[in-house]
Unconditional design. Structure first.
Length: 686
């Protein structure tokens, strides 16, 4: 349709609702036919009657501005037959004629301009209406924020914004910087949508993430130096990207959990500990930075253990340890922030080092002074202090002395002072020990073995000195005084050197044998028998041993070959690896048997029934005999007549009844028949 008219008057406006319906607004016209003109032709229908009504009029509307869905109240006259209401040319969504003078209309999504009311009799309009469009949000930045952070929101129609919220929580504040931008401060809220409210409506945009800001509850320890680790406890640490101490960034940090950070303190200053995360910044006051110490000097630069060294520098308070080289000081005293007095510990040269809560400082050049003792034999065999095995000095015979030299070496860098060297046994004597030995030098002392008794001896040698390794160097020495006894087995008597020993008498063609024992008095050493020789061929050596074990005896025999009558004499030479020993033997070959006296020259008066008295064989054949005993000084100690090997005997007692001491004595036997007296030596052994 191109035109609609009523009674020849065109309609004010019309709308083709469908091919079968047109809605038209009457203009001021007349009654008559209704005519519709289309490109296809014209159609008319009679019978339309125009009803004339009073003229409609708009005097005001309120509010003068509004947004989609809001209600506007229009006042005026002749509204009873109102058929439409529009705002800026946009029909109202709905309207209600409250009375001939009032209409309430709901705004559609329109535009500003004129408010118009139409009735069958005409329309009325009033300019000045302002349509408030709804806001839109096109974006926001950042999309992640914490409380008090500022988020910039972009979009449209922000003028007149009355509220901004993040995840349903109102912003702390906001500023509309332009119709297309808002800067809003995030409150302590939640994640979700950002919503902007204006008089024109609300706009939302999802995707905002609220992140909790950090808080610091504690810092431990609160006093540290550079490169030391602090533990920070709090909340909201997950997105932390910066930690500082007193304004100096931490050298490094690790977020252990949302509630814990470990951070390495940088070379900074005292002040606040600050943690910065995507959620914001938190601070903790009271951190104290402890500067690292410095050492400018120490005196003396060389010292012994136990000596005091004064260290000068800075920042010595809170010192926890002092070292000399690798060794800890025995003790130290912090005199001031600039001075420490420390007692040198066990041996170690190198740097002096101080450790405080603020770190460590070192200075090279310290020399630990020490004397160090080392001991060896003259043949350079090392000896350890407190070693388990004694040092065997050797074996000597009773008439010999023994000396052994020892070398004391100082392997330290300071003088070794020897205050004393002692022997626990008087059998060993210390001779000529040095009192001081320079570094790298050595000195000798001698241990002399003096005891005259046969046996094995030990002594603890103690070297008192100032060494650091062994101030009381202790070792044990041993020595043996040995001997060889040749014993007449028949009498069990020890033969004295160059003594005459009677092998006895025999008759012609009846050989006589006399056995002897060689006794090894050593408790350690084997005696080697080199030879046993006799210088008269009438006598013969048989069964000569080759060696004798310690504290043992071995036999040999001297045979008198009775081929010719006569009295014979020979010298016996016993040669061992220790010495030579000689004695004489005599023997007689008789044409017939005789009763010769034979003396068993060993007396052991111990009540064992063996050699308890001096046995003189055949003495009873001479009833007028007498026996006298002399000591080695020539004094007669015993004499008796009519010696009979029973009631009248010598039992090791003097004529006064006193016990005679162990040792050698001289006997004289007078047969009482005018024969030559018989003499010889006897041994008392108790």
């Amino acid at each position: 349709a191109t035109a609609v008219s009523f009674g020849g008057t065109p309609a004010s406006s019309f709308i083709v609702d469908s091919p079968t319906q047109i809605t038209a607004i009457l203009a001021v016209g007349s009654s008559g036919s209704v005519q519709v003109i289309t490109p296809g032709g014209t159609a008319t229908r009679a019978g339309f009657t125009l009803i004339t009504s009073p003229e409609v009029n708009i005097t005001s509307f309120t509010p003068i501005s509004g947004a989609l869905g809001e209600t506007i109240t229009i006042t005026g006259t002749n509204f009873t037959s109102a058929s439409f209401v529009s705002f800026g040319g946009t029909p109202a969504t709905t309207f209600t004629v409250d009375s001939p003078t009032q209409i309430t209309a709901t705004l559609a999504n329109g535009s500003s301009g004129t408010v118009e009311v139409g009735t069958p009799s005409g329309s009325a309009s009033l300019i000045g209406f302002i349509f408030i469009p709804a806001p839109t949000i096109t974006g926001f930045s950042p999309i992640i924020a914490a409380s008090e952070a500022t988020v910039t929101i972009t979009g449209t129609n922000f003028t007149g914004t009355t509220a901004v919220s993040f995840g349903g929580t109102n912003a702390l504040s906001f500023i509309v910087t332009s119709p297309t931008e808002i800067n809003a401060e995030v409150a302590n809220g939640t994640s979700g949508s950002i919503e902007v409210t204006t008089p024109g409506g609300k706009a939302t945009l999802a995707g905002f993430e609220f992140i909790e800001g950090p808080t610091i509850l504690s810092v431990s320890p609160t006093s540290l130096g550079a490169n030391q680790i602090a533990t920070i406890i709090g909340t909201g640490f997950t997105s932390t990207f910066s930690v500082s101490f007193g304004g100096t960034e931490a050298l490094s940090f690790a977020v252990v959990s949302d509630s814990e950070i470990t951070a390495v303190v940088g070379p900074g200053a005292s002040g606040d500990v600050i943690v910065t995360s995507l959620g914001g910044t938190a601070s903790f006051s009271g951190f104290k930075f402890i500067p690292a110490p410095t050492i400018s000097s120490f005196n003396p630069t060389s010292a012994f253990e136990g000596q005091i060294v004064t260290i000068v520098g800075t920042d010595f308070l809170n010192t926890s340890s002092v070292h000399f080289g690798d060794s800890k000081a025995i003790s130290f005293d912090v005199i001031s922030n600039n001075e420490i007095k420390a007692v040198v510990g066990s041996e170690s040269s190198g740097s002096v080092m101080i450790t405080t809560l603020g770190g460590a400082a070192s200075r090279e050049g310290f020399t630990f002074l020490f004397s160090q003792i080392a001991l060896s034999r003259s043949e350079n065999n090392p000896i350890a202090s407190e070693q388990s095995e004694p040092i065997f000095l050797g074996t000597v015979l009773t008439e010999e002395s023994l000396q052994s030299d020892f070398i004391i070496s100082n392997t330290g860098n300071a003088n070794l002072l020897i205050s004393n060297i002692t022997s626990s046994d008087d059998a060993f004597e210390i001779v000529n020990f040095p009192s001081s030995i320079d570094p790298g030098s050595s000195g000798e002392f001698t241990v002399q073995f003096n005891d005259s008794d046969v046996g094995n001896f030990e002594s603890e040698i103690r070297i008192e000195n100032n060494s650091s390794n062994s101030p009381a160097f202790v070792f044990t020495v041993s020595a043996e005084r040995s001997g060889v006894n040749v014993i007449d087995n028949e009498t069990d008597s020890v033969i004295i050197s160059n003594q005459n020993v009677d092998v006895g008498s025999t008759i012609l063609n009846v050989d006589v044998n006399k056995t002897f024992n060689i006794e090894n008095l050593s408790s350690n050493s084997v005696i080697e028998i080199t030879s046993i020789l006799i210088d008269n061929p009438v006598f013969q050596i048989t069964s000569a041993p080759l060696s004798i074990a310690p504290l043992s005896t071995e036999e040999f025999t001297i045979r008198l070959n009775a081929n010719t009558v006569g009295r014979y004499l020979a010298i016996v030479l016993v040669t061992t690896n220790l010495n030579e020993f000689s004695f004489q033997v005599v023997g007689e070959v008789l044409p017939e048997a005789s009763t010769e006296i034979n003396v068993y020259n060993v007396v052991t008066p111990n009540g064992d029934g063996r050699h308890d008295y001096l046995q003189i064989e055949n003495i009873t054949e001479y009833t007028n005999n007498s026996v006298s005993i002399y000591n080695r000084l020539g004094n007669k100690v015993f004499d008796i007549n009519n010696y009979n090997n029973s009631s009248k005997v010598f039992e090791g007692l003097s004529n006064n009844g006193e016990e005679l001491l162990t040792g050698n004595y001289y006997y004289v036997i007078d047969k009482g028949n005018g024969d030559k007296r018989i003499t010889g030596f006897l041994l008392i052994k108790r």
